[in-house]
Design a binder for this molecule. Structure first.
Ligand code: PLP
Length: 450
């Protein structure tokens, strides 16, 4: 093993795949074996692996001005152009953009800006944040505290109390429904319980609620019809801001510009990263409305500066990558393409797996989806320790398809937005074979109910 602390990896694991190059939706390992990148890397390489336009834009910027910070009034053209471009795209009025390097740091920036803002308007007690069970918002101290996946919290002693983290139920009907509750009853129950929680905590102490419009790392949970409408009504009633973490769902992933559009969310705050630059250069954005920015002006004036910023905030090469990526999305109508091929992918997945004995639920929207692997299709019972997810992931890899098992036994798909129908057919062939092999192996091991 190289002396690397690999992220989200068991320290006893050994390196098992070394990639060398990529082209279109494909990546190749050091033995030359080809794989379909069915998760777009980590839900991010929207333009695939060999987009020379983005590479050229980055190279040109590096050859012109490879670095400039943006502290204290220093700026450069790409950061200003990018902010203007994004302002015209987002569903937030007079939006302002704080640029960083990752989804996690953008969520931490939001955390700090929320506190700064509520201090500025004389409501310092309005500081708690509601997050959902099974939410994923990154791994820095604040963002990691908002994440609810057990592995990201265990042994890290996150300062949950100091950060005012409140957790509420995940809107996953398939796993969280009670008895023969309908979807509508399920939504009413979890929204009512959230309202009770808000009242018990004191609405005047709660600043915002963070949501992934459709989740990623927790297994691509698509909340039921009516959930967001009722959720937003409750949050508005108690003056709690809606914070949409669009790190995965932003920029065409769900078949629209943003996950908020697909799910009918009117956000106050948004978080972007990943597909903002097709992941060719790290960049993130914490997006706030003009009224929030205006309210903080006087406070920065008292201190002398807004005392928050990263060396690489608005790195010129990252901004150039993002600008070119956004230009390509628009020019090539990629969000419409993603909607079209996304519908095709969703239909293919449902056709192939709805009746498969290993698959309890097929879910997703646009070009993001998951198969929930279950040991008993009738009861929806799961497997211990993510054994089915890990087995399926391994068979996919053997077959030349990279997917990711998340949250135990959910096998997630999130291919590059440029994928074609023919390529989806190829992906489906590999996936079906892998799921059948997984079923046979788990059955042999006696892990599947007869
Ligand atoms: N928020 C969401 C919804 C994510 O899916 C992720 C990463 O997958 C993050 C935040 C954290 O982003 P990063 O890994 O760039 O810090």
């Amino acid at each position: 093993m190289a002396p690397v602390i690999y992220p989200t990896t068991n320290f006893t694991a050994i390196e098992q795949l070394c990639l060398e190059r990529g082209e279109g939706i494909y990546v190749y390992d050091t033995d030359g074996k080809q794989y379909i990148e069915g998760l777009a890397g980590l839900w991010c390489t929207s333009l695939g692996y060999s987009n020379t336009e983005v590479i050229d834009a980055i190279t040109k910027q590096l050859n012109t001005l490879p670095f400039s910070h943006t502290f204290g009034g220093k700026t450069h053209a790409p950061i200003m152009e990018l902010a203007d471009k994004l302002r015209a795209m987002v569903p937030i009025e007079d939006a302002y953009f704080f640029f960083g390097n990752s989804g996690s740091d953008a969520n931490d920036s939001h955390y700090k800006m929320l506190r700064y803002y509520f201090n500025a308007i004389g409501k310092p007690e309005k500081r708690k944040i509601i997050t959902r069970e099974r939410g994923y918002h990154g791994v820095t101290v604040a963002a990691g505290s908002l994440t609810s996946l057990p592995a990201n919290l265990a042994h890290f002693d996150a300062p949950l109390e100091a950060l005012g983290v409140l957790r509420t139920e995940s809107p996953h009907y398939y796993t969280n429904r009670k008895g023969n509750e309908t979807e509508a009853q399920f939504v009413d129950r979890i929204i009512n319980s959230l309202e009770e929680q808000i009242i018990a905590e004191g609405p005047e102490t709660i600043a915002a609620m963070i949501v992934e419009p459709i989740t990623g790392a927790s297994g691509v949970i698509v909340p039921p019809e009516g959930y967001y409408e009722k959720l937003q009504a409750v949050l508005r009633k108690y003056d709690i801001l809606v914070w949409a973490d669009e790190v995965i769902t932003g920029f065409g992933r769900t078949g629209n510009d943003f996950g908020c559009t697909t799910m009918g969310i009117q956000p106050d705050l948004m978080t972007f990263a990943k597909q903002l630059s097709s992941a060719y250069f790290p960049i993130s954005a914490a997006v706030i409305p003009g009224w929030m920015y205006e309210a903080m002006i006087e406070q920065t004036n008292q201190v002398g500066v807004f005392g928050h910023g990263y060396t690489y905030s608005g790195h010129p090469a990252a901004c150039a990558a993002a600008l070119k990526t956004l230009e390509i999305y628009e020019r090539d109508n990629l969000f419409v393409h993603a909607a079209e091929v996304g519908d095709y992918l969703q239909a293919q997945l449902r056709d192939a797996f709805t009746d498969h004995p290993l698959v309890g639920e097929v879910r997703g929207k646009g070009l993001i989806a998951a198969l929930e692997l279950v040991s008993n299709k009738t009861t929806g019972a799961s497997f211990d320790k993510g054994i089915a997810g890990a087995t399926a992931q391994k068979f996919c890899q053997d077959n030349g398809l990279l997917l990711r098992a998340v949250a135990g036994n959910a096998l997630a798909l999130c291919p590059p937005l440029i994928i074609t129908r023919d390529e989806i057919d190829a992906l489906m062939g590999k996936l079906k074979a892998a799921i059948d092999s997984t079923y046979a192996e788990l059955k042999d091991k006696g892990l599947i109910a007869d």
